[in-house]
Design a protein around this ligand. Structure first.
Ligand code: GLC
Length: 581
């Protein structure tokens, strides 16, 4: 019955050009995954050491957040050198060793590419600062003269995503106050000038460099950035806001620096390069764009796949989940891509926390750039969707985890790729108790008292219930781990029936056995709080978003996100039922 099972195992699977379409991709935030050398920072050798864990988990690919040399002004998304490994994390040889170990375990590798901006320590930016106005070196970035009599005012009044002006003024080599450069994110992240062919060439070189080293795919950071209209006079904040708050957001591509049509010329070039490889290299766009424009990023002539963050921004609610799933499956089909599904990543509050907070309740201050990127709106209903630092007293820990498990089991049954974030398989929730002095995220520092930042989902993983940094490494942990982490340690959950880790393992194993083509059919339940869909081969998924237990369809319950109640599916629970098709 499950015809694809055979080609999803063994060596064949590694040469399948469509491997990405329904892959379970596990995101590793390398500095917080596992620290092999005991310096308090996770590293590449740490990933290699945990390949058996990853294999046992049952994922198809890992996506590594940036591991490139970086001052960590933005968690590594400030890259000094795109074709190297941060010496704090290892060497290129360590990378090769990790790639070989992952591939030997049947796990593919996706790496993060950050093309919108470099770090201010990149050799090109240093050269730009040391070179005169109008020089070729300055043309690699976006330098402008300031306004005002002596150029003392920024070229425009735009705000950066992390807060504060989007322009910073430099001191010219002769010591005089000089030009301004643009940075959509932190000031340590100067934006590249993508009209400059040298930038385009260099990124092709980078993509080739990693593809040649065996990287299977790329996650493209801020994929809707890069292309910019900076023709004079630059519009002012009020002009941008007028566009941002229009009913359609930026659906027409007219924003000067987000989601402009020209960016797709770059991706068409990248696609040609990806297709030179066998199997072709894959890519997924991080593009916070109006839903009508997402398909362009996901097209086969472009990057091939794009994240949709719709479920991630939704309450735990049957009607809303159903609409999002249905809409995205249609959109994916139209674009020729498969859909993507994600609840947690390194930018947002973990879903075990989000679902434990009162609906529409106190959800403050984003942890993520995205809120501005999508057009200044803060998620549906005008509420912030990022929930960082939500008051601990409002959090129902048990409810949050129960719903997170139910939601994940639903997600893993959907056609398309499932993107999982390290630690969610342990049921980790957001760490809210990080002292200000130990925070690292620039959004915290640039918006004092407003944003709490994204550190709470980036705390090093607990591998053991005791020991230095709960087994993260022989040294400390670069972000403080709370005491409650011990209860969520891998060692506490391995082999324990009903643990979140075992739930993920079971679900991922079954997923790879049950998965066939990308069809989904809704089954009418007559209950607005219960979602039921089936996949070819008799695989049924039922989620109870309501409060009373409900009957399950006939068949074998192969896994459920929580115990059943006399054979019934309790509140906030998902079950997979297999029956003869
Ligand atoms: C993306 C990344 C985020 C980073 C930003 C700037 O949104 O996911 O972590 O801060 O880009 O590179």
């Amino acid at each position: 019955m499950f015809s694809t099972k055979a080609h999803r195992t063994g060596a064949d699977r590694m040469s399948d050009p469509n491997w990405w379409r329904q892959a379970a991709v596990y995101q590793i935030y390398p500095r917080s995954f596992y620290d092999a050398n005991g310096d308090g920072l996770g590293d590449i050798k740490g990933v290699t050491a945990k390949v058996p864990y990853l294999k046992e988990l049952g994922i198809d690919a890992v996506w590594l957040s940036p591991f490139y040399p970086s001052a960590l002004a933005d968690g590594g998304y400030d890259v000094d050198d795109y074709r190297n490994v941060d010496p704090k994390l290892g060497t290129l040889e360590d990378f090769d060793e990790m790639a070989a170990a992952l591939h030997a375990a049947g796990i593919r590798i996706v790496v993060d590419i950050v093309p919108n901006h470099s770090s201010d320590r990149h050799e090109w930016f240093k050269e730009a600062l040391a070179s005169p106005k109008g020089s070729a070196a300055r043309e690699r970035y976006i330098f402008r003269d300031g306004r005002g009599e002596n150029g003392e005012l920024p070229p425009s009044d735009w705000d950066s995503v992390f807060g504060g002006p989007i322009w910073d003024r430099i001191t010219e080599p002769d010591g005089t106050p000089g030009q301004w450069y643009m940075h959509i994110f932190a000031k340590e992240q100067p934006d590249f000038n993508w009209e400059n062919p040298e930038i385009r060439e260099d990124f092709l070189k980078t993509l080739r460099f990693w593809s040649d080293r065996g990287v299977d795919g790329f996650r493209i950071d801020v994929a809707h950035g890069m292309a910019k209209d900076l023709s004079e006079p630059l519009p002012m904040k009020a002009d941008l806001e007028a566009k941002a708050h229009g009913t359609d957001g930026f659906a027409d591509g007219s924003h000067p620096f987000w989601d402009r049509d020209e960016v797709h010329e770059v991706y068409a070039e990248w696609r040609k390069l990806f297709n030179e490889y066998n199997p072709p290299r894959t890519a997924v766009a991080e593009a916070w764009v109006h839903e009508t424009r997402r398909a362009r990023y996901a097209s086969p002539e472009g990057l091939g796949q794009a994240f949709n963050f719709d479920l991630l921004q939704s309450d735990f609610d049957a009607a809303s989940f159903k609409k999002i799933i249905a809409d995205n499956l249609v959109a994916a089909k139209e674009s020729g891509a498969s859909s993507t599904w994600v609840f947690s990543n390194h930018d947002v509050v973990r879903h075990a926390t989000r679902y434990g907070l009162p609906k529409g309740g106190s959800v403050a201050q984003g942890t993520n750039a995205a809120q501005d990127v999508t057009g200044g709106t803060k998620g549906q209903d005008g509420k912030g969707w990022l929930l960082a630092g939500a008051p601990a007293e409002e959090l129902d820990v048990e409810l949050g985890l129960r719903r997170a498990r139910a939601a994940t089991l639903l997600l893993l049954a959907l056609p398309g790729s499932a993107y999982l974030y390290q630690g969610e398989e342990l049921g980790l929730r957001e760490v809210s108790e990080i002292p200000d002095a130990e925070r690292q995220d620039p959004s915290f520092f640039r918006n004092p008292g407003v944003e709490i930042g994204r550190d709470g989902c980036r705390v090093p993983l607990p591998w053991t219930a005791d020991g230095s940094s709960f087994g993260f490494g022989a040294g400390g942990a670069h972000l403080p781990q709370p005491e409650w982490f011990k209860d969520y340690a891998v060692s506490k959950q391995e082999g324990v029936e009903g643990s979140t880790l075992e739930l993920y393992r079971t679900a991922l194993r079954l997923r790879s056995e049950l998965q066939t083509d990308e069809e989904l059919e809704w089954v009418e339940t007559g209950n607005q709080d219960v979602l039921h869909f089936s996949r070819p081969g008799g695989w049924h998924t039922v989620t109870n978003f309501g409060s009373d237990p409900v009957e399950l369809p006939d068949g074998d319950v192969v896994v459920s996100s929580g115990p059943l109640d006399n054979g019934k599916l309790p509140a906030d629970t998902t079950a997979w039922v297999v029956r003869d098709a």
